[in-house]
Write a protein that binds this ligand. Structure first.
Ligand SMILES: Nc1nc2c(ncn2[C@@H]2O[C@H](COP(=O)(O)OP(=O)(O)OP(=O)(O)O)[C@@H](O)[C@H]2O)c(=O)[nH]1
Ligand SMILES: [Mg+2]
Length: 393
């Protein structure tokens, strides 16, 4: 769902972390959350988790202030890796500009890696996209474990196209930012090739030492939090070489990390599949509150908060109604016209709107219906932000 605001020269891009269950997608996103300076990222939002398992998606907005002469806003998402959540994976994949495939390097996980990669290819194809032409970076995760396959074997089996690949250990952060930088670079290159992002304006160097390129820009705005003893992961083989200086940072107690505590179990409302989705815990709720509102344009802030509060209180019908209302009001910023015309102008997905409208007429709604409504509201806000609406005075 890339978009560009030419006036502000701001690019918005969506990157999805894909891969089999338990490969380390959520851990990677948390590590990015931990590592990027608060001024350059929003709150991480994990919708519906059960222990380690993502049941819907994780979301993290990251802002890279300048890439060339453009600002870049990244919307980072994870999908649930468990096989039976394919509908959710398809939904989250919609409008993606690039994918990080997080593979588990352990021998036992190879079948799941292969299956997930095939599933990615199939799901992209359903969106009319060919994986072999899509911005993709491979993340060989869990390299800290002893029993892992050689990178050459992983590459041979999972990366025949030889896209950039990186050895990572998401739990300690090794290699995670390098992976993020690589996919960002590929996405921007792809958007430039499609002429969605304008070519850089020539800039006169100030003092002759203007930092150049995405790496330099990212290095300026992202902050490494790896202990000095750790090496920044080198790209494994042919990935782009990236030099970033690790910056020592104060120790952060693990308790302060936005870990999503296992939610309490609740009665399933509807029989599986998919399995019952538990509401987020109180710990998660504090992280959840604010993520949708963080994206909201000023006028929509209260509406976003109302939708979030209803979600947290377990009032899923109220949440869907609040989201529907907020989406309608947001679309109105596009000017007069029918909802469909406004959605078309803003490039908000029509199928999502139809589904939300369908939900609004139903009596018994589940947590994943409400999560979906929040998701669509967030997409709408992202679109508004991208086109600079509502315009500031
Ligand atoms: N040793 C090691 N463990 C890891 C690494 N990355 C993730 N883990 C662990 O693997 C488990 C699953 O990690 P998650 O990040 O929740 O996996 P996921 O891919 O989001 O899983 P789903 O949400 O089910 O798709 C957790 O216990 C993590 O701590 C890593 O690099 N090394
Ligand atoms: Mg997860």
């Amino acid at each position: 769902m890339s978009s560009v605001n030419l006036m502000a020269r701001e690019v918005a891009a969506k990157i999805v972390f894909y891969g089999p269950g338990l490969s380390g997608k959520t851990t990677s996103l948390r590590k990015i959350y931990e590592t990027v300076r608060p001024a350059h990222r929003g709150e991480m939002m994990s919708i519906a988790t059960e222990g380690d398992r993502t049941l819907f998606f994780d979301f993290l907005p990251v802002k890279v202030e300048r890439v060339g002469d453009c600002s870049v806003r990244l919307a980072l998402y994870t999908v649930p890796g468990q096989v039976f959540y394919n509908a959710t994976r398809k939904l989250v994949l919609q409008g993606a500009d690039g994918v990080v495939f997080v593979a588990d390097s352990q021998p036992d996980a190879m079948d799941a890696n292969r299956e997930s990669l095939a599933n990615l290819e199939e799901n992209l194809y359903e969106h009319g996209i060919r994986l072999d032409r899509f911005p993709l970076v491979m993340q060989w995760n869990k390299r800290d474990l002893e029993n892992v396959l050689p990178v050459e074997q992983l590459r041979q089996e999972l990366n025949p196209r030889l896209v950039p690949d990186f050895e990572t250990a998401a739990t300690n952060g090794r290699g995670v930012l390098d992976t993020l930088k690589a996919i960002t670079r590929l996405v921007i290159k792809d958007l430039r090739a499609k002429r969605i992002v304008p070519p850089p304006r020539p800039v006169a160097p100030v003092g002759g030492t203007q930092p150049a390129g995405l790496e330099a820009q990212l290095a300026q705005h992202l902050q490494h939090r790896q202990p000095p003893s750790q090496h920044v992961a080198a790209p494994s083989g042919h990935g782009p070489a990236v030099a970033m200086m690790p910056t020592p940072v104060p120790h952060r107690p693990s308790g302060s990390f936005p870990a999503i505590a296992p939610p309490p179990r609740v009665e399933p409302v509807v029989a599986a599949p998919p399995p019952p989705i538990a509401p987020v815990s109180q710990a998660a709720s504090t992280k959840l509150l604010g993520a949708v509102s963080a994206l909201a344009p000023g006028d929509m802030f209260d509406h976003a908060r109302a939708a979030e509060a209803a979600f947290m209180a377990g009032n899923y019908s109220t949440c869907v109604t609040a989201c529907t209302d907020a989406i309608r009001r947001s679309l109105a910023f596009a000017g007069e016209g029918t909802l469909a015309q406004q959605a078309f102008l803003l490039r908000v997905d029509g199928a999502d709107l139809l589904r939300i409208q369908g939900l609004a007429t139903q009596q018994h709604l589940r947590v994943d219906d409400a999560a979906f409504a929040l998701y669509v509201l967030m997409q709408t806000f992202v679109r508004l932000n991208a086109v600079g609406l509502p315009a500031s005075e």
